[in-house]
Design a protein. Structure first.
Length: 527
């Protein structure tokens, strides 16, 4: 299973979901940009009809192999729109996220993680028998979920079904799994009101004086709240071993804060548990909330009016980590900001990512940032290795770990190197790509005549542009206004792209799509 497939779905279900995406994508691509803008503004569907024979031809598949799958998709969509709906426009106006969740909600894997979340006493045999399947089939259908859980060094037990390991990691992986199941489209927790979870997350944001996050990040925060809710109901608390002086922020007692909130219904159950916590347990949970919100994989900005910048915040509250990261950036054998040509905003994002990565590695005793990236971003898995960068990171981290002030990081040396390497390798690929696409433009020599084309090409960081015939033999792509014969002077494997005078937005899009495809090929280990 590759990263673009859902770990909740069987291969047959993934194939159906992929076909729906292909149909929508093909219909979108055949419409002019102007028409797509009009349809979007008027909230009208892109798909008005489906020519399955044409779809099969474009996908290089047989009509027969797609027909049954297509009819199954139609049946699924009718479960969302209603059984009496036959209009293709209406059926294909169903958001793809909604269709994905429909399939996920029927899956064995989703039932599996709901059992793990709620702590229901169910044996694995009871599970597979309830789904009218065999043990081997159930294990195969659960492979993606099981592999992800194991990647966080969490153990699974089957009699009954349960997780064992670091509580922080268990909460993180459960939050991640439910988010992957819905992608924020549908509230998946029947036992907890969405508004209550959102309000509980807002309480933490306000109490820690953080900037209000955007709508999707707030939704993800609510998922995290629900996971914590269920884990606490089952008596699972985070470690009470606090590192004195490591975090200097005066973390408030969030347990007391939540006990004061006017939550009702389901929240009454959790309030009784919170009220029985010791001061030590309450503060451990409070520190955990602070750590996750401030330094987790999702970054939320500070809103404290007395903090001038993110640097001020980090220097004051996590000085040792801040100094370690700053020293790494200063002492690695190249000027990161200059080499990557980062503006202030991107540089700030990079520094915050490095600090968050270091903090989460310390919190989870594992480079969870890279685990998450590998799961969410397929391109990371195929990046070419950069041995020089890896050696520079190895040497710099080893040098910095000599400092006794950071002795607590020594055991995490390999995890830190892995995290820093993955962050910087992605930054280099995006901002200073080493495997650029060589484009030769063959047009009349006119500055203004092709200014729009040259501006578009020069704005793409992973493209090297030339207008010299001498570079044709090394070209990955040739953009030309003429079909003039270039045999013998051009790379025979170069992609030829005919440029239209007064090109419309669609033509620009086609060119940029080819460029990105070529860049990915040149940047991947399979090249």
């Amino acid at each position: 299973m590759n990263a673009s497939e859902s770990i909740f779905l069987t291969q047959a279900e993934n194939d159906k979901y992929a076909l729906l995406m292909e149909i929508v994508g093909l219909k979108r691509d055949e419409l002019p940009v102007k028409k797509r803008i009009e349809l979007s503004r008027n909230n009208q569907p892109l798909v008005e009809d489906v020519n399955l024979k044409q779809v099969a031809m474009l996908l290089n598949r047989s009509y027969g192999s797609l027909y049954n799958m297509y009819m199954s998709i139609i049946g699924d969509l009718k479960e969302i729109t209603g059984p009496d709906v036959d209009d293709i426009k209406t059926l294909f106006s169903v958001p793809t996220d909604a269709y994905h969740y429909l399939l996920v909600n029927k899956s064995e894997a989703f039932d599996f993680i709901k059992i793990l979340l709620k702590g229901e006493t169910v044996t694995f045999q009871e599970f597979w028998e309830a789904h009218d399947t065999s043990k081997a089939t159930a294990l195969r259908h659960l492979k993606g979920v099981r592999d992800l859980i194991r990647s966080f060094d969490i153990r699974m037990y089957y009699d009954p079904l349960r997780l064992k390991g670091d509580e922080n990691k268990i909460r993180l992986v459960l939050t991640m799994l439910f988010w992957m199941a819905t992608e924020g489209h549908t509230w998946p927790f029947e036992d907890v009101k969405r508004d209550d979870a959102l309000k509980a997350f807002d309480v933490a944001i306000d109490r820690f004086q953080l900037e209000k996050p955007n709508i999707l990040t707030r939704e993800l925060g609510a998922y995290s709240i629900v996971v914590t809710y269920f884990r606490l109901l089952q008596g699972h608390t985070v470690s009470t071993e606090l590192d004195g002086g490591f975090i200097r922020y005066p973390v408030p007692n969030m347990v007391s804060e939540y006990l004061k909130q006017p939550f009702e219904d389901q929240a009454l159950r959790i309030k009784s548990i919170l009220a029985q916590m010791t001061q030590e347990e309450a503060m451990a949970e409070s520190f955990n909330i602070y750590d996750i919100i401030n330094f987790g994989p999702i970054q939320i900005q500070d809103a404290n009016p007395y903090m001038e910048s993110y640097e001020t915040r980090y220097k004051r509250y996590i000085p040792v980590i801040y100094e370690f990261v700053e020293a790494f950036i200063d002492q690695i054998p190249f000027d990161i900001k200059k080499y990557l040509n980062l503006d202030d905003a991107n540089y700030q994002g990079f520094v915050q990512t490095m600090i968050s990565m270091t903090m989460t590695t310390y919190m989870f005793k594992q480079d969870v940032t890279s685990v998450l990236a590998a799961q969410m971003m397929e391109s990371v898995e195929y990046l070419k290795p950069n041995d020089v960068l890896k050696q520079n990171i190895d040497d710099t981290v080893d040098y910095l770990l000599i400092n006794p002030k950071v002795s607590f990081l020594v055991k995490l040396r390999e995890e830190l190197v892995s995290g820093y390497y993955n962050v910087l390798r992605q930054m280099i690929q995006r901002f200073a790509p080493m495997n650029k696409v060589k484009v030769v433009v063959v047009t009349e020599q006119s500055f203004l005549g092709y200014l729009d084309l040259m501006t578009a090409l020069n704005s793409v960081l992973y493209v090297d542009v030339s207008q010299s015939d001498a570079d044709l033999m090394d070209a990955d792509m040739v953009v030309t206004t003429s079909s003039i014969d270039l045999t013998g002077i051009v790379n025979p494997e170069a992609v030829m792209f005919k440029w239209h005078q007064n090109a419309d937005s669609d033509h620009f899009g086609r060119m940029l799509g080819l460029l990105r495809g070529l860049w990915i090929q040149k940047s991947s280990i399979d090249d």
